[in-house]
Design a protein. Structure first.
Length: 147
């Protein structure tokens, strides 16, 4: 029987490798109890990139699917753990399945829905997420300058 902690570490390393390949920036597992606050499960190895403002929750479970309580709980954890000014995503994979990226998307009514991306689509959506991170940073800088 596989130790669940070791299984989680292995999946986080695989997720870091996936993000490294897609973003062109090296990613690594985080120190789960890093001093200075709550962190995601993986982070860019170079902390001064825009990607450092992406909070990634990595999950490996047997029965996580769109619309399940498990996925809802993973999203709630990501929301609660995500530092102010950062964007959050949940990356999960069922055993022997494909990676699925869950991204919050605002609607015109202000309610968030979750968009789901798999396979090559993850590579296509990450640049949009980076653009949103960069744009939100620029707005924060303008607010500081105006204030």
């Amino acid at each position: 029987m596989t130790n669940s902690r070791e299984k989680g570490k292995r999946f986080e390393r695989e997720a870091a490798k996936l993000f490294s390949g897609i973003t062109g920036v090296p990613w690594r597992r985080t120190q789960q109890h890093k001093s200075g606050g709550i962190v995601g499960d993986i982070e860019p190895a170079v902390p001064d990139t825009d990607w450092a403002r992406l909070h990634v929750e990595v999950k490996s479970v047997e029965a996580m699917k769109i619309g399940t309580e498990l996925l809802a709980k993973a999203c709630v954890q990501a929301i609660w753990d995500c530092p102010v000014g950062h964007r959050w995503v949940v990356l999960y994979r069922e055993r022997r399945g494909v990676w699925v990226l869950v991204v919050p998307q605002p609607t015109s009514s202000g309610v968030y829905v979750h968009a789901h991306y798999t396979g090559e689509d993850i590579g296509r959506v990450l640049p949009d997420i980076k653009h949103a991170i960069t744009a939100s940073r620029d707005v924060e800088v303008l607010e500081v300058l105006d204030g």
